[in-house]
Ligand binder design. Sequence first.
Ligand code: NCD
Ligand code: ZN
Ligand code: ZN
Ligand code: ZN
Length: 375
Amino acid sequence: MTTLRLPGLIDVHVHLREPGGEHKEDLTSGTAAALAGGVTTVLDMPNNYPPVTGSSTLESKRRAAAGKALCDVGFYVGATATNAAEAAGLAGQAAGLKIYLDETYGPLRIQDPSAPAGHGLAALLGHFSTWPADRPIAVHAEGLSMAIAIGLARTFGRKLHVCHVSLASEIALIRAAKRSGARVSCEVTPHHLFLTEDDERRLGALGQMKPALASAADMAALWDNLDVVDCIATDHAPHTLAEKQGDSPPPGVPGLETMLPLLLTAVAQGRLTQARLVELAYQAPRRIFGLAAQADTWLDIDPDARYSLGSRELHTRCGWTPFEGMSVQGRLRRVVLRGETVFEDGRIAARPGSGRPIVPAAPGRNAQNAGSAGP
Ligand code: NCD
Ligand code: ZN
Ligand code: ZN
Ligand code: ZN
């Protein structure tokens, strides 16, 4: 058996659900899922209950992570209509600023659709003019909203990271924006690379998320334009089966444990090179978010193993996957984090506290993890 060794992956878009959604996931179950998926660093979104929008909510999440996380975790701070100054003051402790321009799960949409248009615009102007220019502003901005976000980033000279690009028109916009010199990066999710609206018809609520699964032509456009894609990020957004099967299913699907086998399968099929996989899920995330390398950290993979993805093996609390039954090639055997085996042959071997809260790089310095240096 050959063994493929890769760096521990970085997922810049996950929802660990703590605080307020611990019945879906928490800092320990979500980071267990990360390790089981070969991800040793996650950046956690702020759409919690209460949302992370100020120093007290950010600090309590950091403290909880120091005791509970199995892999390293960085935290976004969320934009509200009134917190531009406070959020900017936290830029040194946050992975980035997150702005929700469109309706999705959680309490953080920047513009209440019933409010006058000027309210949302004023809030956006506040954030784009106040957030430090060298730290990323991540946006949930679909369709026309994406053009608005890019226009604002351009106007104020800010660094924009566009979450979960899913449409042919959107990837064309990103290409044009980059060509014009805008400081814009983007991510695509495994579900938009491997599933379409036909799968949504088959899966029902288990195939519903924001942005929604798109057409086969949109999916093909993401693959065809992979050269303008910076990162692959899961948008791991667990909800329980009961919630998904209820009357008003919330949007979102888990993804941490299925990304690596799906990408390894694409490598086996010649649709992606191994070097490009590492660029998309490790190097670019480090560069864009200013993350330090984790010492003595790697993945051991059996690139030949074939199996089907299924809910049996999952560590995410939600216990299901939209990729159920999909045939893949490439199995994660072992994860080593700072010299310690933290996952091996399906079992988590990390202890709560193996992971660390991340402090991002200050301008002109190297990024550092909080606490003592690794071995
Ligand atoms: C996310 C969630 O559930 O937190 N849902 C989703 O459908 N993607 C929110 C988001 O990332 O937009
Ligand atoms: Zn989103
Ligand atoms: Zn998300
Ligand atoms: Zn297990």
